[in-house]
Design a protein around this ligand. Sequence first.
Ligand code: 5GP
Ligand code: ZN
Length: 115
Amino acid sequence: MNKDCLFCKIGTGAIPSEKIYESDTIFAINDINPQAPTHILIIPKEHYSSLLDIEEADHELMGSIISVANNLAKERELDLSGYRLVVNCGENAGQSVMHIHYHILGGRSLKWPPG
Ligand code: 5GP
Ligand code: ZN
């Protein structure tokens, strides 16, 4: 828990937010500024500033996040149309909240390469 971190505060409930998924270690919320019809953030409760903080001991947690992403996508039938799972890491990638989070984007055709 980082006392100045937005996603730590949402995770603990210090800042109220509707969680669309929650376990002991992970939660998911709808993005406040959606970039696609489905735009979900999957977030570990533990504070990691970015993908660069992930070590071997965290692999199981990261694997669980991918399962959560698949389950949320399937609930929304995005397994039929496809979806994108994105982690922005650092300045050039446009990371704006320094607590690791995975974006699920789906419900429309997404361009590649990204801007
Ligand atoms: P990043 O740019 O770091 O990859 O993604 C941060 C995301 O968090 C952005 O898509 C932004 O819209 C979202 N976001 C920022 N503040 C809040 C908030 O208070 N609530 C929710 N649900 N999403 C937020
Ligand atoms: Zn945090």
